[in-house]
Design a protein. Structure first.
Length: 157
């Protein structure tokens, strides 16, 4: 087997070993609750960036692949913490949507800085060109993953 084949065979197990919270806790710990909050806040942020889309609890449930009641608890927690607020949709006043508050935007910015610091810490012994190339390829991979058609469990049943 050649080196390329060995690398390709090792990718899946490497992803299995990759613990998102472990990587982010490389220098200073982040609670599981804050990890969940940031996932919800990122979805709300992405929707706001696309200005053509309101975000509902149902949308959050779908994007996180959790049931609506779990998403509702996550959103309620973020609202209680002051990171999100419920508002009437500007497109359809009968719908309730969620949006980031200033505190939510600040928390998300702090988390992004923490992510960067964690990445820089983990790759601190790498040559700069490898750090940048890995970052570029990881972003490319995640973007390609996001572009895949929705894969709903049982869709082919």
């Amino acid at each position: 087997m050649d080196m390329g084949e060995d690398l390709m065979d090792a990718v899946g197990p490497a992803f299995s070993r990759l613990g998102r919270s472990v990587a982010l806790n490389a220098q200073k710990p982040i609670s599981r609750r804050d990890l969940t909050r940031t996932r919800v806040l990122q979805i709300a942020y992405d929707a706001a960036e696309r200005a053509d889309h309101d975000i509902t609890v149902g949308d959050i449930a779908e994007r996180l692949a959790v049931d609506p009641s779990a998403a509702s608890r996550m959103v309620s927690d973020a609202i209680s913490a002051g990171y999100l607020r419920r508002v009437a949709s500007q497109r359809d006043g009968r719908r309730t949507v969620v949006e980031l508050t200033e505190a939510g935007s600040a928390m998300l910015a702090d988390f992004r800085q923490h992510q960067r610091e964690a990445y820089e810490h983990i790759t601190r012994d790498w040559p700069e060109h490898e750090r940048l190339e890995f970052a570029r390829l990881l972003i490319k991979y995640v973007d390609a993953l996001a572009a895949l058609p929705d894969q709903k469990p049982g869709a082919d049943d």
